[in-house]
Design a protein around this ligand. Structure first.
Ligand code: FAD
Length: 475
């Protein structure tokens, strides 16, 4: 067919997957364009995900810490919260980053085509121009021709079908808009996103209930870490309802009346001022006309790919949330680089042994590779070394002696195959465990590595030293 513009490579979606792929491809010499319906680059992560949530979580952590130092003889007045100024601060953080990306796209001569993209056939995408922040369509259409394409269209929050439309009922995007701080808030879904937002809103003054269908909060990490988290966060919540479902929501003028069913369910409907739906995210695979390009999309909307990130159509790749779990920005970026490199004719493959997960709550929970629970489920023989932060000088000095660092070793090779850390900055520390796993390090390698004292990061070395005793190759 006839096209308005033509590129070597077109990337559909400008999230961490999409912009990383486009920039790498441009660096490798491909004439590249990104199609994006949002007004700014950065996707969910920069605009309504990782970054704005962390801007707010940082503020919450400072408030929590300020309260904590009262035990050290320092007390502050109750914080006064200016929601408008806080929102402006968050928007400024996001703006710095999305502005930076726009500059980087320009610098690399990557064209950004604003609009909603949908495949017409295996070499063309129709783009309906969008405008403003509301994604309104202008009626202008453009056909973009490509030699190769990378699908990076991401995911969207799941909305429960029986929940009415009401400005007091939000998903994570709405919660990050921070329009008001409710008196009483319900968080549906006790996963990372829900608990991060619960942390922000409770620190700002809301009373929070959490309802979760499963038998525990945060599905990823070992229960001992979650237990520590729960103890530290007990005062935030009125109720944590496990093995419980939300079954009905009635929006009345004076509040949202919610009915529950299950083990933790109250008998009467409970009244809330705000509800956050954070019961999962679904890939956007079924919303891009993939069938017209011949690209196979799975039942749940994920697009299957190989180690080169190719779909079943060899010149069309897919990366990020749209190809599967874990739906995390750092996974998307690494997949993006592989897809771009392969598209540019380089030999490359996605071959990560592990992908870390982090709850950026207070305290943080970070985990990577095998958990004890997973090893047990698989019947894998492991050795576990747990270093309690009560024995770390720095953790005690920082008021974080409740944390721990745990390493999991293969019982035969003594190589580290997993790690879990709970405590402030756990997410910053888990990178060392990731590197150790990727490098095939054993307990001696980590334990004999001199870590700076006194640091929280030192606990990784100390946990490895705990494991020395059980290693056969220790002199
Ligand atoms: P996305 O970021 O979803 O980007 C897809 C882009 O494609 C979007 O900009 C969308 O507008 C565009 N698009 C989709 N369809 C079309 C179309 N047809 N035409 C044009 N454009 C289209 N991950 C972490 O690793 N760390 C965190 O701390 C973290 N925090 C999070 C907090 C929240 C509240 C949320 C919701 C998510 C968080 N995530 C976090 C997950 C992270 O945001 C995603 O894993 C990441 O954004 C996925 O990147 P992506 O490139 O696959 O897709």
């Amino acid at each position: 067919g006839s096209a308005d513009v033509e590129y070597d490579l077109v990337v559909l979606g400008a999230g961490p997957g999409g912009y990383s792929a486009a920039f790498r491809a441009a660096d490798l010499g491909l004439k590249t364009a990104i199609i994006e319906r949002y007004a700014t680059l950065g996707g969910v992560c920069l605009n309504v995900g990782c970054i704005p949530s962390k801007a707010l979580l940082h503020v919450a952590a400072v408030i929590d810490e300020a309260e904590h130092v009262s035990t050290a003889g320092i007390s502050f007045a109750k914080p006064s919260v200016d929601v408008d100024a806080l929102r402006a601060h968050k928007d400024k953080v996001v703006g710095k980053l999305t502005g930076g990306l726009a500059g980087m796209a320009k610098g690399r001569k990557v064209d950004v085509i604003r609009g909603y993209g949908s495949f017409l056939d295996p070499n063309h995408i129709a783009v309906e121009e969008t405008t403003g922040t509301s994604q309104d369509k202008t009626g202008q259409n453009k056909v973009v021709k490509f030699k190769q394409c990378i699908i990076a269209a991401g995911s969207a929050a799941v909305h429960l079908p029986f929940i009415p439309r009401d400005p007091r009922i939000v998903d994570s995007t709405g919660a990050l808009e921070l329009r008001f701080v409710p008196g009483k808030m319900l968080v549906i879904g006790g996963g990372i996103i829900g608990l991060e937002m619960a942390t922000v809103y409770s620190t700002l003054g809301a009373r929070v209930d959490v309802v979760e269908m499963m038998d525990g909060l945060m599905q990823g990490p070992d229960r001992d870490a979650v237990k520590v988290w729960e103890k530290q966060n007990a005062s935030r919540f009125d109720k944590i309802m496990l093995k419980t479902k939300t079954v009905a929501v009635e929006a009345k003028e004076d509040g949202l009346y919610v009915s529950f069913e299950g083990e933790g369910a109250p008998t009467e409907p409970v009244k809330y001022d705000m509800i956050l739906q954070s019961a999962g995210r679904a890939p956007n695979g079924k919303k891009i006309g993939a069938d017209k390009a011949g690209v196979i999309v799975g039942e749940r909307g994920f697009i299957p790919v190989d180690a080169q990130m190719r779909t079943n159509v060899p010149h069309i790749f897919a990366i990020g949330d749209i190809v599967g779990q874990p739906m995390l920005a750092h996974k998307a970026v690494h997949e993006a680089h592989v897809a771009a490199e392969v598209a540019a004719g380089h030999k490359s493959a996605f071959d990560a042994t592990v992908i870390p997960g982090v709850a950026y709550t207070h305290p943080e929970v970070a985990w990577v590779g095998y958990t004890e629970a997973q090893a047990k489920a698989e019947g894998k023989k492991v050795e576990t070394a747990k270093f309690p932060w009560a024995a770390s000088g720095r953790a005690i000095a920082n008021g974080a002696d409740y944390g721990f660092t745990k390493l999991i070793f293969d019982a035969e090779t003594h190589r580290v195959i997993g790690g879990t850390i709970v405590g402030p900055s756990a997410g910053d520390m888990i990178g060392e465990v990731c590197l150790a796993i990727e490098m095939g390090a054993d307990a001696v390698d980590i334990g004999k590595t001199i870590h700076p004292h006194p640091t929280l990061g030192e606990t990784v070395g100390m946990a490895a030293e705990v494991a020395h005793g059980s290693c056969t190759d220790v002199p």
